[in-house]
Design a protein around this ligand. Structure first.
Ligand code: NAG
Ligand code: NAG
Length: 384
């Protein structure tokens, strides 16, 4: 693979190329938006019927599909953010940073298990975050699952309940299907060591904020399996009921698996990981002489060049460019996180959901602890 020759070829093509969208229609240029336009749209408070929509409009099966792809950005950015800090293992140890106490408002449960004793720095921040967010109805949404549901107090403020559409079957067993405990364990034991340099940099607050963003994004993504499972169930209720009655979890899994789509997700994740967090390569290209048209061309040329470098990086072996990865996450690791954690957990949740939906408990080997057996290390698959 020769990055340089790709770049030379691209800049040769682009020096002949004029981008009409930029040069002929000044309104499309980001800098061309007049400040007046921006202001009037936010300050004019009168609304028409079309301006307001409801929770039911916001959350639909089609919005969920597009949300799944956007979540890839959220997850990858969150992991890149976490990779800026050292591993800082002390934030994960109970009492590792002593003297924090408990976050305000958290329920102390006297269940023998930390009924008010020391917390880890991460748990302190995560419980406090969930207590605060629960006050504004976060965990009443079918898209959200708390990591510490038993620490969240009953909401007493007067915010009304939002009216969610019936995207999921409403049963206690399905609502309480929550795989965050296993996600949490896998995140700490596999993901953090894979993306963060070992050692300590004292940035504990920033570290756990990045952890919380990543955990919440991952949790949302894997629990979207519930929506996927429900929509598949609705397309063939008898078929799923038959398989579940026969206890055929593998058969259910086969119906849920689309290898082509999974490969697409993996490739997309790897490519996005290689692209994000990269310096724009404006200086790496030959200067294009001339006026505005040419500077637009230069921007496009450097964007294309970045895409080439990112794509090259995405298909290269990790070992070859370890040294260039400072502060970035190896795209192969992001792919592994998708291949070994996100996709399998999503599918296991789908199987568990479908069993419960058909009135049965999921078989033992599809219970959350299966992940403990299946995934003990993240492995990057070599693409040569
Ligand atoms: C807001 O927009 C409406 C409709 O475009 C217009 O009739 C009204 O005068 C505007 N109000 C203000 C304060 O600009
Ligand atoms: C839209 O929502 C705002 C805020 O609740 C409200 O003041 C306004 O009257 C609504 N507009 C319409 C057309 O329903």
């Amino acid at each position: 693979m020769n990055i340089l020759s790709s770049l030379v070829a691209i800049s040769a093509v682009l020096s002949e190329f004029k981008c009409d969208a930029y040069t002929q229609n000044p309104a499309r240029h980001p800098m061309a938006t007049s400040p007046q336009n921006t202001r009037s749209s936010t300050s004019n408070r009168s609304t028409t019927k079309d301006d307001n929509i409801t929770t039911r409009d916001v959350l639909s099966l089609s919005s969920i599909r597009s949300s799944l792809i956007r979540q890839e950005e959220t997850i990858i950015f969150a992991l890149i953010e976490r990779a800026q800090f050292r591993r800082n293992e002390v934030v994960y140890e109970v009492g590792g940073v002593p003297g924090l106490g408990w976050p305000q408002g958290a329920r102390l449960v006297s269940d023998g298990e930390g009924g008010g004793g020391e917390l880890s720095f991460l748990d302190f921040m995560l419980i406090g975050t969930e207590v605060l967010h629960s006050a504004v109805r976060r965990y009443e949404s079918p898209e959200e699952h708390a990591f510490f549901p038993h620490r969240i107090p009953t909401r007493t403020n007067s915010l009304s309940k939002l009216d969610y559409p019936e995207l999921l079957s409403n049963s206690d067993a399905l609502n309480s299907l929550n795989w965050n405990p296993i996600l949490y364990e896998k995140y700490l034991n596999l993901v953090v060591p894979a993306i963060a340099t070992k050692g300590d940099d004292e940035q504990y607050g920033s570290t756990v904020l990045a952890d919380i963003a990543a955990l919440q994004a991952l949790s949302k993504r894997i629990h979207f399996g519930k929506f996927v499972a429900e929509s598949k169930y609705r397309s063939d209720p008898e078929g799923f009921q038959r398989l579940v009655d026969a206890g055929d979890a593998d058969g259910v899994m086969r119906l849920l698996t689309n290898e082509e789509v999974e490969e697409q997700v993996l490739t997309r994740a790897r490519l996005k990981a290689a692209t994000y967090g990269r310096e724009p390569m404006l200086t790496a290209l030959p200067k294009v002489k001339g006026g505005d048209e040419d500077s637009a061309t230069a921007i496009i040329a450097s964007a294309a060049a970045m895409a080439v470098v990112a794509a090259c990086e995405a298909v290269q072996n990790q070992k070859e460019h370890d040294t260039k990865l400072k502060g970035k996450v190896d795209p192969a690791i992001i792919e592994s996180i998708y291949r070994q954690l996100i996709i399998p957990m999503t599918k296991d949740i789908e199987v568990a959901y479908l069993f419960l939906r058909c009135g049965r408990d999921p078989p033992k080997d599809y219970a959350p602890d299966r992940m403990s057996v299946d995934v003990t290390a993240l492995q990057s698959r070599n693409i040569s």
